[in-house]
Design a protein around this ligand. Structure first.
Ligand SMILES: Nc1nc2c(c(=O)[nH]1)N[C@H]1C(S)=C(S)[C@@H](COP(=O)(O)O)O[C@H]1N2
Ligand SMILES: [Mo]
Length: 368
């Protein structure tokens, strides 16, 4: 990384053809860890295995003195302590989170940013209080359009100094599933996941799930802050205004079968029956199918998809496929579809490497 890049301004950078992952990307990758894909075996991702993404630094926060402000286009601005919030009606909900940048590292050419392969996912049990009744108590203006959620973390991004802040359409903020969360998997939120308070908007990509939440501002106009207007947009090129990144597209992932090679991560299995398992999800519409190919995508067969759990509509769903492996090389491919469509088998490139739900391919060596 050069000095000019360390105070990087302007456009997101695209790697040159053939350019390897740089130390700047490695620095992000060691801070922001993924979920090892073998953890797809758990209904609820165990603590420490859930992926983490933090744009700046994990801020120093204190639960005892924490205050959440609800302000802007409301009749009665509110100030709430953590005790005020935890005394309110409480909901525990199993929700899948996925970073919008998941899959970015395999884009060609590669947008230079957090270089996720496919592991920026996790499903946790989030405990909190619904946001809508609080907004109703504050008295939202009939002219309200967006609700802005601001975290306690501060940094600079492409030359723009900012607190991490995301605007959400009022209708999404008012959904009964949208929660102000203080606990994860039955324990207080850990520092990296937003202690002591975060937002959870089920179905939306990770950028909407604002951590270290200390301010909620109702706006009577669309929010034009950096993370909405510049960062999280699907753009064909730098001059394209793009469209906002919102809900999670369908995806199926395979829990890696057999055993890996330490360096290459190549998989090995023995010939014979090999049960393939994994998880699938979509944040925009109910899943309709998961299919598996064991010949690189030439032929496909339906996997058995666990029924949706009415108690956990925003969790991932398990799938299973019985594979009879024959000696030689195989390429496993999985794809999910929802009512709006399926996963692409060819890359659909965008400039920031977001919402890339290209199918997963897993080469496997089958030993006799
Ligand atoms: N305040 C704040 N909230 C944030 C972020 C951040 O950098 N600061 N990162 C967002 C992004 S891009 C993602 S993918 C999710 C990750 O949540 P997790 O680390 O709990 O998995 O948090 C979101 N919330
Ligand atoms: Mo993200």
């Amino acid at each position: 990384m050069t000095a000019t890049e360390s105070t990087y301004r302007g456009r997101a950078r695209i790697a040159e053809p053939g350019e390897g992952i740089g130390l700047d990307e490695l620095a992000l990758a060691t801070r922001n860890h993924g979920m090892p894909l073998e953890a797809l075996r758990y209904d609820v991702t165990p603590p420490g295995l859930h992926y983490v993404l933090v744009h700046y630094d994990i801020p120093a926060t204190e639960a005892a003195t924490w205050e959440l402000e609800i302000t802007g286009a409301v009749e009665r601005p509110l100030r709430l302590s953590l005790a005020d919030l935890t005394a309110r009606p409480s909901v525990t909900s199993r929700v899948l989170l996925e970073c919008a940048g998941n899959g970015r590292a395999r884009y060609e050419p590669r947008p230079v940013s957090q270089p996720w392969l496919l592991e920026a996912v996790g499903t946790a049990e989030w405990t909190g209080t619904p946001l809508a009744p609080l907004l109703e108590e504050a008295g939202v203006s009939p002219r309200a359009v967006d609700v802005v959620f601001t975290g306690a973390d501060h940094g600079v991004e492409r030359g723009v100094e900012q607190d991490y802040a995301r605007g959400l359409p009022l209708a999404e903020a008012m959904r009964p599933e949208t929660l102000l969360v203080h606990a994860m998997n039955g324990a207080p939120l850990p520092p990296q996941h937003g202690a002591p308070l975060r937002l959870v908007v089920p179905g939306w990509y990770g950028m909407a799930q604002v951590k270290w939440l200390r301010r909620i501002e109702v706006l009577d106009r669309p929010f034009d802050g950096f993370q909405n207007a510049t960062a999280y947009r699907l753009k064909a090129d730098a001059d394209d205004g793009g469209v906002p990144v919102t809900r999670i597209r369908p995806r199926a992932l395979l829990a890696p079968p057999g055993w890996p090679d330490f360096m290459t991560r190549e998989r090995f299995v023995h010939a014979g029956p090999v049960p393939l398992t994994g998880r699938a999800w979509s944040g925009r519409a109910p899943l309709t199918s998961v299919e598996v190919s064991t010949d690189g995508g030439a032929t496909w067969a339906a996997a058995e998809l666990a029924p949706a759990d009415p108690a956990h509509p925003f969790a991932w769903r398990a799938w299973r496929f019985e594979w009879t492996a024959r000696p030689g090389s195989a390429e496993l491919v999985v794809r999910a579809a929802d009512a709006e469509g399926g996963q692409p088998v060819e890359q659909e490139w965008n400039r920031q490497g977001m919402a890339n739900n290209l199918v997963q391919r897993v080469p496997v060596t089958v030993l006799p």
